[in-house]
Design a protein around this ligand. Sequence first.
Ligand code: FAD
Length: 326
Amino acid sequence: MSKSYVIIAEVRDGKLRQVTLEALESVRIAKEDDDLISVIVLGHQISPIVEQLSQYVSGQIHVIDHVDLETYNSEIYFTVIKGLLDNLNPHAVFLGHSASGRDLAPMIAAYLNAGQISDVIAIEKANAEVIYTRPLYAGKAFEQKKFTDGPQVVTIRPNNITAANADTASSQAEIITIYYSPPPSLRSIVKDVIRKTSGKVDLTEAKIVVSGGRGVKNSDGFKPLQELAEVLNGAVGASRAACDAGYCDYALQIGQTGKVVTPEIYIACGISGAIQHVAGMSQSRIIIAINKDPEAPIFKIADYGIVGDLFIVVPLLTEEFKKALA
Ligand code: FAD
């Protein structure tokens, strides 16, 4: 009998988040040919996103478009999704391992009485068994897990699984628009969203991250890093020491108690490489470290190391990339 796979799409600032397409690809790996795919997308004025999704999905797209859904609200989103899941009777639900995905996934798992595998970085299928790989101990080890039975909930770490390709020729999406009825009572509402970072690229989905540590010395010290990030269309991150010192906002913190990033290129500037920082960036594909101390531990995990003063090296890199990318 065919099984039902559900993907909870994620919309932010009017854009579909890349991790949704990575979750879609994960489902394509996990499912059997005759299994059904349904994508749930909530938001406000999301017709362009539904249009975009329809190029990727051969299955159903369940759309609820309402001003109440413009900003993520745990209670509203969970209530709405719960109602849809009742009809879809999912075998598995896939979400991004993002702030909202991490919030929703355990609630959905509890509601469905499902098993949950979180923070998945790779999926493979062998002899009809689906194996999920996830990091442990701050990326120092990996475990491989599988579900034995029952409903399943999976969260996918951004930037690890190749995103699904658009398939305009064979995608046949059935778009189902659903009327929004607000939950009868709400214990919380979102009054306003105050953005602390002004970067154009989301840190957790950025392909290139330029990070600064205590070595940047003050908030002005982040300027050359911002310039480099801009030229590379990347995002700026930071160590906790830089955040604690007030050089930048905590929204930029990468590490054990900050964000986990897995960009193609991570450029660590004036960061020593403490284990708690490494926990948030060790899975980056290429690590470049710039540090004036040749003994800094960051060089042990770096693919490329530059021993030097970041205030000299970073502007030089920016100039060279400007020329190369012109
Ligand atoms: P430092 O260790 O002080 O290193 C600064 C580096 O800059 C040095 O290597 C120095 O050689 C170099 N430098 C100085 N000037 C220059 C220059 N001009 N050019 C080039 N290099 C220069 N940390 C995190 O980052 N993220 C976390 O999530 C996190 N969570 C934590 C959780 C717990 C429970 C604890 C106890 C700690 C946590 N920490 C975290 C803190 C962590 O242990 C380190 O203290 C922190 O990562 C150090 O930051 P840093 O590398 O910027 O500073």
